[in-house]
Write a protein that binds this ligand. Structure first.
Ligand SMILES: C[S@@+](CC[C@H](N)C(=O)[O-])C[C@H]1O[C@@H](n2cnc3c(N)ncnc32)[C@H](O)[C@@H]1O
Length: 251
């Protein structure tokens, strides 16, 4: 088995599992459900993440057909259906890192917001913020609105359904921080970020790159956008010697 991750809480959770050819799916699912009594559904990954909305295909190999779940991390709740939206429980630590950088009174643009986990993590840690969270997947925006509500963050996070290319045009030089968590394509939206960021603001750009090239890639991006300084943070491994990184750039 290629490993599994669990999304949910003590009462109801879903296991997402990678099963290799020739392995007994049913047996693997039953073992997981016996070990984790809160797991009510086991989903088998049937594809890589794909398309604009970055979801993948799954097959239910055991349990309940209702795959909606409330994931709990760092004291906040995230309602979602992994079959309809992107969500990674492994990025909770990175969400906390971002949240800890935010200062009182900041105005933040969260591009590619998904179900809003980054926005919720920030607003929970630093209540004096205003976040504009833009997302193109209608289902994800529906869950983000619910997540704003269940975490009592109304008035702090504005969920916007739309394409960042279009929505970002409505703002000019008014954000202290812009977060760009679309690692395969973030760089294509840097012009929009530059139009929206204030002088001395921070851009957090996510990329997937090889270990040997990341320093040079970050340097080139910093030069291209005239950043005063930059830091590289390794977020998660992606493939052998390839990682997801966040490049923190100060304008
Ligand atoms: C890698 S996911 C990250 C989601 C979320 N930030 C999180 O951490 O869970 C990227 C998200 O960007 C959205 N997306 C892709 N292209 C977009 C665009 N042009 N405008 C707005 N959202 C977009 C996808 O639907 C997806 O939900």
């Amino acid at each position: 088995m290629g490993g599994y991750e669990i999304i949910g809480n003590r009462d109801k959770a879903i296991a997402i599992v990678e099963i290799e050819k020739g392995e007994n799916s049913k047996k693997i699912a039953e073992d997981i459900m016996n070990k984790h009594k809160n797991v009510k559904t086991v989903l088998k990954k049937m594809s890589e993440r794909k398309g604009v909305i970055r979801t993948r295909s799954y097959r239910i190999i055991c349990g309940n057909k209702d795959t909606k779940v409330v994931h709990i991390e760092y004291g906040y709740r995230l309602f979602l259906d992994p079959r309809k939206v992107y969500f990674s429980p492994r990025e909770g630590t990175e969400r906390q890192r971002l949240a800890s950088l935010v200062q009182k009174g900041e105005k933040i643009m969260l591009m590619f917001a998904g179900i809003g986990p980054i926005a919720v993590a920030i607003a929970k840690k630093q209540p004096d913020v205003e976040i504009v969270a833009i997302e193109i997947n209608q289902d994800a925006v529906k869950y983000m609105k619910k997540n704003i509500e269940i975490n009592k963050l109304q008035g702090k996070i504005k969920a916007v359904l739309g394409d960042v290319k279009k929505e970002a045009k409505k703002y000019s030089k008014e954000f202290d921080r812009i977060i760009m968590p679309l690692p395969h394509k973030s760089e294509l939206f840097l012009d929009e970020a530059l139009d929206c960021i204030k002088p001395n603001g921070w851009i957090h750009l996510y990329v997937i790159r090889g270990e040997e090239e990341i320093q040079e890639v970050a340097q080139d991006i910093a030069k291209k956008i005239n950043a005063k300084k930059f830091f590289i943070k390794k977020v998660l491994p992606y493939a052998p010697r390839v990682n997801k990184y966040c490049i923190d750039l100060m304008l």
